[in-house]
Structure formats: C-alpha cells, structure tokens
Write a protein that binds this ligand. Structure first.
Ligand SMILES: C[S@@+](CC[C@H](N)C(=O)[O-])C[C@H]1O[C@@H](n2cnc3c(N)ncnc32)[C@H](O)[C@@H]1O
Length: 339
C-alpha cells in the first residue's frame, strides 16, 4: 500500500495535512461552527481530550486569529496523552475522569468561567460495542461534570457522543443542565460511524445545584429502559446534519488530483503524536522484534532427498514498512476508523 492510498480513501485526512491541521477532526469542529457559530463572543475555552490538538488549533485560530496576540483569550487543553506544544494553549496532561485533573482545569479558570467547553473524547475502541459505548458515555459525563465547574451560565458545551442504545439516557442527563440540546453530525464524520456531537447551549444548572466532582450527575441510572419511555417522559433531541451539503463526503474515495490545475503531491502529517501509546509496538514492529505464534503447518510426508525440516520457534513477522508508516500516519492524523 503506497503512502498516497490513505489520501485517496480519506479526503479529510488529506485536506487536514494540506491545511496544516494535526488531525482530520479539525473539520468536524469547523463544520459544527458553520451551523452553530460556536465561537461567537468566546474568549475562554476548554478543549477536553485534545490530543493531538487539531481542535485546539481551531480554537486558537478562531479565537486569537492568525498569529495575533490576544491576551484576553484563554484556551486550556487536556488529554491523557502528551501533546506537542501549541502557542497560546495551556496544556494539561491528565485523565478527565480524575478529580485531580478537573481541579487543575478549574484552577486555571478561577474567577473567570469559560464560555465554551468542547470534548472530542474517545476511548481506545475495543470492538465490543456495549463496552465502547459505555466508556464513551462515561467520558462524556466526566466532561459534563468538569463543565459544571467551569462553564459560565449561558455557555456552550459540545461533546462527542455515540448514538448507541443508551443515548436517550445521556440526552436526558444533558437536558438537566442545558435547555437546548441538539445532536449534530458534521459532513466530515462518516455516515458509517455512530459518532455524532451533542451541542448543548445556554448552560443553566438546576436551582441550587452545587458542582461536585463525586456527583453521579443527578443519579439517573441505567436500570430504567429510557428508550421505552413515552410522551413527555421521553427526551428526544433534534438531529441536525451540519457542514455545507456540497462539502466532501467523508465516506467517499476521491481521486488524488482534485483540481486539474494543481498537481497532487504527498504531504506528511502536520504534527505526529509525540508519545503515542502504540509507540513501543511500532518500535518492535519496525525492528522486526514482534514475535508471533507459529501457525501449525500440516505435516507433509518427506520426499526422498528433501532436506531435514527445521523447527522454528516464534516466527518473526516480516518487516512491513509501508504498513507501519500507514498505521502511524493514520493515527497521527486522528482516528480514521471511528469518525
Ligand atoms: C479523537 S481523539 C481527540 C482528537 C482531538 N480532538 C484533535 O482534534 O486532535 C480522542 C482523545 O481522547 C483522549 N482520551 C481518552 N480518554 C481520556 C481521558 N480519560 N482523559 C483524557 N483524555 C482522554 C485520547 O487520549 C485521545 O487523544
């Protein structure tokens, strides 16, 4: 597989590199903004689950303008993973489900609540849908809990959501804090993916609500089948496709030469992750050190004159540089498989 094949298959991955974004996810936030004007009047923002940093780049460009110094703007970015520095963005390496991380974020906003909190958090997908959806929901609730500490009244919270079977429960939890909740699907988020974004506006906590990191967010529980509720008890939020309808379709493959006037040339990723969790696996693979269980071969009767069969212990994977480079690039330009 050549380096350009991913460019062909994923137009947003390619455009992200060409436009200098660290991940294709940048387009999701940009398209959400086209619909909701998220950045209007915003000078303080939090980017939860920010690595490798394309949403922080968008926030920085939109709130500060290109290269302009704007001392009123504060952007705090948080992720489990280390993230290469971005000028003007305060970075915290931490787990958003931990109280200590939340406290660190809150410290940065003391006395000055944020206008906008965004969260593109996604767990490492296991492939077991119920577990993936559950962990994703827990990330969203952790983000919501942090949001209740830092967001100003009237502020906006945008978070990735998996439209799985318990999504109605999440909507009902969000609606406790936000009268206006919409489920938005940007053009750059693949139709084949259950990913969408909850856009929650006009933050308005219940009367007397005191933010508390150990809150189970008003004890909604998974025992009730929220999908069975009817009438006013059932929370149904509007669903909105966003991004210009003539924008590229993220599920399509496009030719490399999009513009007949402009020759295609390969562009490397803008900023590969600095210490990704798969770093060691890549090193082992690159140096042919990944061992694999030998597959038992059916025994062939030895023909007269054959050399004696050699017993091999732990056959090594063949080196596969292209595959490795592709995997690294795919990961460094953000998850391609999920959104
Ligand atoms: C889809 S990526 C975010 C991409 C990012 N919005 C961008 O534009 O570059 C999801 C991120 O969620 C982070 N994440 C997952 N669980 C987390 C947690 N408990 N605390 C902090 N970050 C977490 C992962 O480390 C990963 O970087």
């Amino acid at each position: 597989m050549g380096r350009s094949s991913k460019d062909k298959r994923d137009i947003y991955y390619r455009l992200a590199k060409e436009e200098g974004w660290r991940a294709r996810s940048a387009f999701k936030l940009l398209q959400l903004d086209e619909e909701y004007h998220l950045f209007q009047g915003v000078s303080r923002a939090v980017d939860l689950c920010a690595a490798p940093g394309s949403w922080s780049q968008v926030l920085s460009r939109k709130l500060k303008g290109d290269g302009a110094k704007n001392s009123d703007v504060k952007i705090v970015a948080v992720d489990l993973q280390a993230m290469a520095p971005l000028p003007g963005v305060i970075q915290i390496q931490g787990d958003i489900t931990k109280v200590s991380t939340a406290q660190e974020i809150i410290r940065h906003f003391e006395g000055q609540p944020a206008d906008l909190v965004v969260c593109d958090g996604a767990p490492d997908v296991t492939g077991l849908h119920d577990i993936d959806e559950y962990i994703q929901a827990q990330l969203l609730l952790a983000a919501l809990n942090i949001t209740t500490h830092v967001l100003k009244k009237g502020g906006t919270f945008v978070a990735k959501i998996f439209r799985g079977k318990d999504v109605t429960l999440l909507y009902s939890q969000l609606r406790i804090f936000f009268p206006d909740v919409t489920c938005a699907k940007p053009r750059s988020s693949r139709n084949s993916s259950i990913e969408a974004f909850a856009v929650c506006r006009n933050y308005c906590p219940p009367e007397g609500y005191v933010p508390n990191m150990s809150n189970p967010l008003l004890d909604h529980c998974y025992d009730v089948d929220f999908n069975q509720l009817e009438g006013p008890n059932r929370v149904i939020v509007p669903f909105l496709a966003c991004g210009d309808l003539s924008a590229y379709d993220s599920d399509r493959t496009y030719p490399l030469q999009l513009d007949p006037e402009k020759q295609y040339s390969y562009v490397p990723p803008t900023q590969p992750p600095i210490h990704p969790p798969y770093e060691e696996a890549c090193f082992l693979k690159k140096h042919n050190l990944l061992s694999k269980e030998p597959t038992p071969q059916p025994q062939q009767p030895a023909a007269p004159g054959d050399p004696p069969q050699q017993q091999e212990d732990g056959a090594l994977l063949p080196p596969c540089e292209d595959e490795l480079v592709n995997a690294l690039e795919e990961l460094s330009a953000g998850p391609g498989g999920r959104g």
